[in-house]
Design a binder for this molecule. Structure first.
Ligand SMILES: Nc1nc2c(ncn2[C@@H]2O[C@H](COP(=O)(O)OP(=O)(O)OP(=O)(O)O)[C@@H](O)[C@H]2O)c(=O)[nH]1
Ligand SMILES: [Zn+2]
Length: 389
């Protein structure tokens, strides 16, 4: 059953059944790492103009009374704006804070400023429990996400929880299929490609057939995200908040998910999801080079000589000499390799990658991975016969 191509509906059902988290047996001393502690989640809400982002934001604020939620309505990382507003919701009241972000120091990036502004505000106002950030409709949420995706080691109070993309049922398909001049990726497609959760909103405005077309198109772009259908952005909050989509806490459900990325026809989309599996161990250094060539150098080409462009990447990899499973995450130009609290059984050591992006050629990527990243079987045998002194 697992090998069969899964239809979108079946996959949806499966995703619904699939628990987000299952208890993990931990040894002593590992508890701390599993517990995100006091770090505050940031959920990014993106989507094309008028899709229903603010409606979702307001819905969350009215539904969720137990949390102190900060709302960032404007976008960090855009231009050289000196002031940004930060709205804070408490007891159903929404009030707005203006933040001075510019400090005239060129060496401080917007990234540091955005984070520091929030941290300063928390110092003044006391901690929030949650941060919701609505991007502008034309934003590249990848850039925004990379501001908030910070290494735990850097000691930030904040972590990136997930990206929600709201899609308008009526105009979504038009936006997603719009061609951009000079090979630019259209914003709507990029937003869908990045999403952990895709809300197909305003379903009251379309027929079942239109909805099916839109769903199929979205699935062909992003094979990994969870698709939900809504009216007035009303959604069960457990489906959109505290997802841990960017850290190892999502590891267990990720493993399940990666095994069941549905095979859907690629339609005419320039952005697609591809997935491949290569058994064995990866060499960490070679894996880094492989990822960096894709995300940073952007020098990997497809059969037509076009550069592959990765927008989002997830994987579960087996690194040589590491007993535990590693989770690989990438967004925009950032990536991270993090240890999971799960050990490999030797027989099952394998690497499973899912890449969402443009001009991706599965065969080329898989061959490259086999040739450069995985440890050659022969070498291993040779080492066993003649161990180095
Ligand atoms: N018919 C219908 N209208 C909706 C639905 N959800 C939201 N709307 C309306 O769509 C319009 C746009 O909604 P917003 O939530 O402001 O959309 P947005 O994505 O925040 O828009 P921008 O910030 O301008 O990009 C508003 O008039 C909403 O009332 C829905 O499910 N059905
Ligand atoms: Zn809005």
């Amino acid at each position: 059953m697992l090998e069969a191509a899964v239809t979108v509906e079946e996959e949806e059902e499966y995703a619904e059944d699939c628990p987000e988290l299952v208890p993990i047996e931990t040894k002593q001393g590992e508890e701390e790492k599993l517990d995100p502690g006091v770090r505050i989640p940031v959920t990014i809400i993106t989507g094309y103009l008028g899709a229903g982002k603010t409606t979702l934001l307001n819905y969350i604020l009215t539904e969720q009374h137990s949390k102190r939620i900060a709302v960032i309505l404007n976008e960090f990382g855009e231009g050289s704006a000196v002031e940004k507003s930060l709205a804070v919701s408490q007891d159903g009241e929404l009030y707005e804070e203006w933040l001075e972000l510019g400090n005239g120091c060129l060496c401080c990036s917007v990234k540091d400023n955005g984070l520091r502004a929030i941290e300063n505000l928390m110092q003044k106002k006391g901690k929030f429990d949650y941060i919701l950030l609505e991007t502008t409709g034309l934003a590249d949420p990848g850039a925004v996400a990379s501001i908030f995706w910070v290494d735990a080691e850097l000691g930030s109070d904040i972590y990136l929880d997930g990206i929600i993309t709201v899609v308008d049922s009526k105009y979504g398909l038009k936006h997603l299929t719009e061609d951009k001049p000079d090979g630019f990726i259209n914003e709507a497609t990029r937003q869908v490609a990045l999403a952990d959760i895709i809300l197909i909103n305003k379903t009251d405005l379309v027929s079942e057939e239109e909805l099916n077309n839109l769903r199929t198109t979205i699935r062909s772009i992003n094979g990994l995200g969870k698709i939900l259908e809504t009216q007035r952005s009303r959604v069960d909050l457990s489906n959109v908040l505290e997802l841990h989509a960017f850290d190892s806490l999502s590891g267990i459900s990720l493993q399940e998910k990666l095994q069941h990325v549905p095979t859907v026809p690629h339609l005419d989309q320039s952005i697609v999801t591809i997935t491949f599996e290569v058994p064995g161990n990866a060499k960490e250094e070679s894996l880094n080079i492989f990822i960096q060539n894709l995300l940073w150098e952007k020098n990997v080409r497809n059969k037509d000589g076009r550069c592959m462009e990765v927008i989002r990447l997830k994987g579960l990899v087996s690194i040589k000499d590491k007993p535990k499973q590693m989770i690989l995450q990438g967004v925009h130009e950032l990536y991270d390799l993090e240890e999971m609290p799960v050990k490999w059984e030797d027989a099952e050591r394998t690497n499973r990658l899912v890449l969402i992006g443009r001009n991706l050629d599965k065969d080329i990527l898989k061959q490259m991975f086999i040739a450069t990243v995985t440890e050659a079987e022969k070498q291993e045998t040779a080492h066993e016969v003649h161990p180095p002194h």
